[in-house]
Write a protein that binds this ligand. Structure first.
Ligand SMILES: Nc1ccn([C@@H]2O[C@H](COP(=O)(O)OP(=O)(O)OP(=O)(O)O)[C@@H](O)[C@H]2O)c(=O)n1
Ligand SMILES: C[C@](O)(CO)[C@H](O)COP(=O)(O)O
Length: 246
């Protein structure tokens, strides 16, 4: 937990080493353009927009680390924000761990943010940081679900009918986004302890028995996963250009 006698310092780890298989053939997903700018650069700018974030560690596709470094060298980040680039691993979990290993001392709050969520608003980033500063060891932004969810017995053949096992009460479910925010020591311990393959960092902290809390997420923090998400992301950028001028 952060010591009240000194100000907390926040770093962000951005896993960006995925292939983007669900997006279809092309460059690694984080390097694909949204309105002419690589998705990763949008994501770095989104985190650096928070005055609290003073370091961004980008975990790059291993073969693209030099390209990512020159993209960031050429971009104009706020003077308060440093960055580091490290090569990623085979899974998101491994990539996040490589980012954590590269984190210098002196940062007591760590955000983990998918490069694939390039449009997260700064208010969401700040709300996560605020909740960690207030004492929560792990904080996730999340939204209520619009669809009813069924648990099924997964079919062995893709496309075959799948028997429904249960219908969880939707009012108790949340769709989780990033950035997820952590007390650094707790997140490090989670990555050192948990070896199962999980889909987010907060669930590793849950496995330690530490409390994870949810704060409101934002519709524009959606994950670019499939081709339709690119259309939506470019529409959001076009609307921002009209209303906000950027
Ligand atoms: N080996 C990996 C796999 C994923 N990620 C990152 O984790 C985030 C969330 O992953 P996802 O959206 O699933 O990206 P991909 O793994 O690229 O997508 P896909 O599963 O469609 O290949 C992305 O920013 C992605 O770059 C990573 O850093 N290293
Ligand atoms: C971390 C995450 O974005 C939270 O919703 C999500 O679990 C990542 O999943 P992916 O399959 O690696 O995209």
């Amino acid at each position: 937990m952060s010591d009240d006698s000194r100000p907390s310092r926040t770093a962000a780890v951005i896993p960006a080493a995925g292939r983007g298989v669900r997006l279809g053939p092309g460059a690694p997903k984080a390097l694909r353009a949204l309105n002419g700018t690589p998705m990763l650069i949008h994501a770095v700018r989104a985190l650096a927009a928070s005055r609290a974030v003073s370091l961004v560690v980008v975990v790059a596709p291993p073969e693209g680390a030099a390209e990512v470094k020159s993209l960031l060298d050429a971009d104009v980040l706020p003077e308060r924000t440093d960055f580091l680039v490290v090569p990623g691993g085979q899974s998101r979990q491994e990539s996040v761990k490589l980012g954590l290993v590269a984190l210098p001392p002196g940062y007591d709050i760590v955000l983990v943010h998918d490069a694939a969520r390039p449009l997260v608003p700064v208010d969401t980033v700040d709300a996560v940081i605020e909740a960690v500063r207030a004492g929560a060891p792990a904080v996730v932004p999340a939204l209520p679900l619009a669809d009813t969810v069924k648990e099924v017995e997964p079919a062995e053949t893709p496309g075959a009918p799948e028997p429904v096992v249960a219908t969880p009460a939707r009012a108790r479910l949340r769709a989780v986004q990033t950035p997820q925010g952590f007390d650094r020591e707790v997140l490090l311990r989670a990555h050192e302890t948990v070896t199962d393959n999980v889909t987010d960092d907060a669930s590793m902290v849950e496995q330690l028995g530490e409390q994870v809390v949810v704060v409101p997420g934002h519709e524009e923090a959606f994950k670019v996963t499939r081709p339709l998400d690119l259309v939506l992301a470019e529409a959001v950028l076009a609307r921002r250009r009209l209303t906000d001028g950027f």
